[in-house]
Design a protein around this ligand. Structure first.
Ligand code: ADP
Length: 241
């Protein structure tokens, strides 16, 4: 979509960020006591809560896979998470996001260790301001670690995009609305494997490569924040509080 508002002023974005700058991110692991694992994440104006249950026997039984666990991520946007009240319940968009996140997580969780089981990942978006699938997946990864689910790596997600002919990291709400492309990715930071790659809008090959590299850079910064959040939780627990 052609930009209807000015998204750049003196080389800076509407919220004052440089093109390669992320929004502020805060991550806290182990915030819910009934769930096996949990994470609360704030990413710019996004607020996301994730609760993990399992591995436990998949019911009904016909859903079981005798060779491995099934991973079911459920992405849900609260009715109050957007400006106009959102109709509660699943829609096409939330089903799509649930599916791509489930598949991304399935590729890092050691699913063969838990035949016939299910691992449920509930992602609740409380406040939405663009980039919620990246926020949800990043928080889900921390909640899975908190639940003690064995994984090959801690996956992480971030997007880059194009606004006013510039490639930028981590689109905000107006940038998402008035920009011309959004490229969310998720990776395994240790191996570099791509777990999710979607694209909204149009990019040339050269722009795509630039956006992909920028999103990768974002992923590595956020990966460090995930590890810090996990260490903070477990260091304070082992310290006795
Ligand atoms: P993502 O949140 O992963 O960027 P989209 O690109 O589909 O996914 O959505 C961009 C943003 O648009 C969301 O983060 C949210 O702020 C807003 N949005 C999505 N769905 C709705 C809706 N049903 N009503 C109002 N705003 C919405």
């Amino acid at each position: 979509m052609k930009s209807e508002i000015k998204l750049f002023e003196n080389g800076k974005r509407l919220d004052g960020r440089m093109p390669d700058e992320l929004r502020n991110i805060k991550i806290k692991a182990g915030v819910l006591h009934r769930a096996e694992g949990s994470c609360y994440l704030e990413w710019g104006g996004n607020k996301v809560m994730v609760a993990v249950y399992g591995p436990r026997e998949a019911i009904p039984r016909h859903t079981q896979n005798p060779l491995r666990a099934i991973v079911t991520a459920r992405y849900n946007m609260a009715a109050f998470s957007v400006d106009d009240r959102k109709r509660p319940g699943p829609d096409r968009r939330s089903r799509e996001i649930s599916k791509v996140i489930s598949e991304a997580l399935e590729n890092v969780i050691l699913v063969e260790k838990f035949p016939r089981a299910t691992i449920d990942v509930n992602i609740e978006v409380l406040d939405a301001e663009a980039g919620t699938r990246c926020a949800g997946l990043t928080a889900a990864a921390v909640a899975l670690v908190d639940a003690g689910i064995p994984m090959k790596d801690i996956p992480v997600s971030c997007a880059a995009g194009k606004i006013e002919d510039q490639i930028v990291l981590d689109l905000g709400k107006d940038e998402d609305n008035y920009g011309s492309a959004d490229l969310p990715i998720a990776i395994s930071p240790r191996t570099g494997d791509v777990l999710l790659l979607q694209m909204d809008g149009h990019l040339t090959q050269e722009e795509f490569d630039k956006a992909f590299d920028l999103a990768l850079k974002g992923c590595h910064i956020i990966s460090d924040l995930q590890k810090k959040a996990i260490l903070e939780t477990y260091q304070s627990e082992s310290g006795g509080d």
